[in-house]
Design a protein around this ligand. Sequence first.
Ligand code: PAF
Length: 282
Amino acid sequence: MIQAPDKDALRVVMRGYRSNNEVTAFVPTLGNLHDGHLSLVRKAKEVADRVVVSIFLNPTQFDKPEDLAAYPKTLENDLALLKAENVDLVFLPQADEMYPEGSAARVEVDGISEILEGDSRPGHFSGVATIVAKLFNLVQPDISVFGKKDFQQLMLIRRMERDLDFGIEIIAAPTAREESGLAMSSRNNYLNEKERNEIAPGLFAEMSKIKQAIDDGERDYLTLQANAIDELSKKGFKPDYIEIRNAGDLSVATKDDKELVILASAWLGKARLIDNITVSLK
Ligand code: PAF
């Protein structure tokens, strides 16, 4: 596995792959890798000749400096995991190279950036769009793989890719879950054992109950949402939102919508968990 510590080193290797006409798939990460990330890497391996992963703890997408400071830094372990997956190239840039003094350009994706996660975390999606655009420009992959776990982020990246004509195929990989149903996330590290094993799986359980109710014909979405918020509060969560939305554009779901997504965010102890389930009505 080649390690590229800066942009120049990355460009040299990428040029080599391109001159050999090798198809490249790119998986961007913040580091602190877990099985969820590795499932994205495996997807990338299935669809490309070369897999490129970036590890960059992007400061501009953290709305609170304390969250950035608290993010676990586990580089040695991350590199060992990627090596075991036979990743070809890992890009490890430093913050001052990605954001040189006076760096002022930003990428904004209007509308989708302001609702749900964007409403709870002002500036977050501008930081995500900006860093992913920069990484796309640097890596210039054929394909890039993102997790469905961050549903709104995935939608934002798809729009940005289309609107700015990157010409990169965006592939969505399914959410990796623990046996309990809990979606894998670096944020799970902030949970204590009881929270992680006994309470946190309740988020997926509540979303699954909503899905079941919708599958059974319930269309009073406001009541379903309100009941889930109550249940989560009783279980010890501090819910931020549970919303049933149109899966195509994230508008508030109507009775006639056929493709829905249930999006949830809730605090549990020190962790703010997010998750989603899609529902297809025939
Ligand atoms: O989903 C993430 O880990 C990050 O938002 C991403 C896409 C790597 C951008 O920093």
